[in-house]
Structure formats: structure tokens, C-alpha cells
Design a protein around this ligand. Sequence first.
Ligand code: NAI
Length: 391
Amino acid sequence: MSVHSLTVVGGGNGAHVLAAVAGSRGFEVRLWAPIPEEAAALKKGVAQNGYVEAVSGENSFKAVPAIISAEPAEVIPGSGIIIFVLPAFAHKELLLQAVQYLDKGCILGAIPSRSGFEFMAKSILNDTVTIFGVQTLPWACRIKSYGRQVEILGTKNKVTASSSPASEAIKICVLLQELLGIEVIPAPNMLALTLGNVGQIIHPGIMYGLFYRWKGNPFSETEIPLFYQGVTEEIGLILTDISREIMDVKEAIEKEGISLEGVVSLNEWLLSSYENSIADTSTLKGCFNTNTSYRGLKAPVKKIGEDGYMPDFSSRYLTEDIPHGLVVTRALAQLTGIHTPVIDEVLGVTSGWMRKEYLVNGYLQGKDVPLTPIPQNYGINDIQGLIRAIV
Ligand code: NAI
């Protein structure tokens, strides 16, 4: 097993970029594309093109994967590092498929890991491998030609990562830096990634703000709201409240002696992540409305009828960021006794849209809770259990 032998798990935008970037930086790349049609299309694309390529402005990263397969048995054995780069709702099923093929001593993680990955992955992998997570995908990216070329629209200067056991974080960050070619900053533990997941604030919060008054009437194409530029003062206040409730949970956990350094308010995160692309930093509304990285992006909608549209409640902004984001934070609030009225309101409305049930009578006891990676689903029912779980 070589630590420079990487299995990329996924067949989407991020998987294309990671394969091309890591391969161009000297890693042996194997691709586990779990959907057989995608594995076949990737093989075909690479065979015809000669490589998979990620293009970023003038720069190009190319790699020739050593193996492409839909079968974990053909890809994973011998890999020193396995990275999941696909939506969080696919993580559990694929971890269950992968576990029997992992070499002892390998490291396995997710980019991005989303909230609760550590609890779920640990329960499936036990202590046989080191688990890690990177808080965000380093790239905004879209496939141009499947199996051949992906476009990198933007690259973050730095990302945060951590591991379980947490003592391995610095070593893993050094390896990830070599692999990704950007700065990777260690967080004290994976719980800091879980709570610091800003997607859980931004995506459900804006969806709620844009559509909680929607009465079910279709709207026309010209009426489709902008997503980030559609943030009003009212939505800015909702986002501020969600962020403040998360910071309350952070404070309660830190009082127990766990460091959650790096978990910051939404405002602080926006200013540090988009320092140079926001024109008006005076309010959250200004931060979203005048951020050039967010310009022109519309709310997710789907077509109904001839020329009518409705909000797309099956969007990943909800299906990923609620169960693998806000629900996990709500579970941590439950563990620490912190009240989260605004998160509860957003969860209530958005889960209704998705026909899911999480909060019932103020507790996470709805029928869909067992499918989420909350600590309570892994036997962690008090703060002491949480402390033991995150070392
Ligand atoms: P994607 O939409 O390209 O990924 C879809 C792919 O994931 C599918 O093509 C398939 O290969 C795999 N997949 C999905 N469900 C599966 C299942 N049930 N079983 C097996 N495979 C399954 O996703 P993308 O764009 O690569 O994003 C990956 C992650 O990065 C997501 O969490 C996304 O929210 C996040 N992200 C993506 C950004 C981007 O610009 N693409 C930007 C920031 C975050």
C-alpha cells in the first residue's frame, strides 16, 4: 500500500477535478465511480481523450487514472488514501461497500465532509483506519465533457481539515496540501468541521427566506429569484440568527473543555473567505448582494406546466444541507441544552417541503432522524460521550 496511491470516490464534478489535480501532482489515481454507467462513460472518455483534464483559466491539470471501475474490490485494495468527493447523502451506503476492501493503516476521508461524517464513518470503519474531512470543496467546478474535461471556475486559497484521531490532523493536512496544491489548515477536531459547516446556514436559510411565504402558485421565468443576490434585510436577519444559535452551541461545548477553534460567525466567515470580492461589507445583505462570486446565481427551481416554475425542494441546498447540516447542529443543541428557535422554525418549514420528519414536539424524534448522522444515532447521548467520541 502506498500513501501516494489515491482512490477518488465519485463520478461528478469534484471527482473529475480531484482526479486530474492529484494525478498531475504525482499521485497514482484510481477512480471508483459507483454508478456503472458513469464508470463506463469515464473509461470511454479517458480512452478517447488520453487523460482526464481540469482546466482553470490558463492552467491545465491532466491525469491518466490507473484504474476506473464501479467495483470497490477492483480499486480500493492497495490504496493508501481514499477520498469521497460526492454529495453527503451517498456517503453511508458507499462506506458500507468500501469497508471490507480497506488496507489496514490507510486513511479515508471526504471532501467536503459535511456535518456528522465523523460519527457515521467511525461507526462503520471502527478504529481500523484514520478518518478525515475537509470542510469545503476547494473548487467551484462543472464538467464540460464527461470523462474528459472539467472546468474549475474558482479555487479557494485555503481549506480547513481535521481527522479522527485528531492527533493525525497535522500529518494529514500536509499530505492533503501536497495532493491539492493549496493551503490546508488543521482544525482541532472533526466536530469543528461539523459545527463550522456554513452551507447549513446559507443554503437552508436563504431557501427558507425566499420561499416561506410562497403559496404554491407557479411563477414565470423572469420571476425566478436570484439566490444570493436575493438576500433581503429580513433574510440577512434570519441568517444572523441561525449563525448566532450555532455560536451558542459552540460556546456551550467549549465550556466543557473541547476546542472548536475555527468555528466562526457567518459574517466573519464571509469576510475572511471573500475578502476581495465583496463591495459592501456593512451588512449580511450587502455581503451576499455585492459578492462577485455569487453574481447571477438563481434559486433552484423546477418547471411545471408550459412556462411555470416552482421552487425545487429536492435541491441539494435542502436534501444535503438539512440532514447533513442543520439537523446535526440541532442534535448538538439538544445534547447541550441550548435553545434554537430560529433553526427549529427553518427545520420545520423545510422538512415539510421535503416531506421529511425530523423535529417532533421540540425533539429530534421524527421518522427520518435515524437516516441522519447525528451523534445520538451512534450512542452519544451526553456531553461526556461527545468528548470521548471526538478525540
Ligand atoms: P455532483 O453533483 O457532480 O455529484 C454527483 C455524483 O455523485 C454522481 O454523478 C455520482 O457519481 C455520485 N453520486 C451521487 N449520488 C450517488 C449515490 N447515491 N450512489 C453513488 N454515487 C452517487 O457533485 P459535485 O459537484 O462533485 O459536488 C460534490 C460535493 O461538493 C457535494 O457535497 C457538493 O455540495 C459540494 N460542492 C460542490 C461544488 C461545485 O462547484 N461542484 C462547490 C461547493 C461544494
